[in-house]
Design a protein around this ligand. Structure first.
Ligand SMILES: [Zn+2]
Length: 119
């Protein structure tokens, strides 16, 4: 007699080896597996780097590419110019402008209302 295998939505989308998988273990009061612990530790380390880069304590080059792009987008939304983003993240102005343009964002004009300023 065949055994019915029930694959739930969360088994497919929230597999082990991801931060989502780690949170699923915790939510189910299970001991997280090694793959999930590793993925959660990696995600936490990147989050800390991102937080430090956002306040100018770490250079943007310490971040994975997509987080570097997210950082530029966040600083841009705060009103920083390419030059200010470059100084804040320790990138070249060319790189800051290239990432900003690649995200489809128009350059900000210099103004006295920038919230973060140049570090
Ligand atoms: Zn797991």
């Amino acid at each position: 007699m065949p055994v019915a295998v029930v694959v739930t939505h969360s088994d497919v989308l929230d597999g082990c080896g991801t931060p989502v998988g780690y949170r699923r273990h915790v939510r189910h009061r299970e001991r997280p597996c090694r793959a999930c612990c590793g993925a959660n530790a990696d995600a936490t380390a990147v989050w800390r780097l991102y937080r430090d880069a956002l306040v100018g304590r770490e250079p943007a080059e310490a971040l994975p590419t997509r987080h570097r792009h997210r950082l530029v987008a966040e600083l841009h939304s705060d009103g920083l110019t390419d030059h200010e983003i470059a100084a804040h993240t320790r990138m070249t102005t060319y790189t800051a402008a290239r990432i900003r343009a690649g995200l489809g964002l128009l350059p900000n004009r210099p103004s006295a209302t920038s919230t973060r300023g140049v570090a």
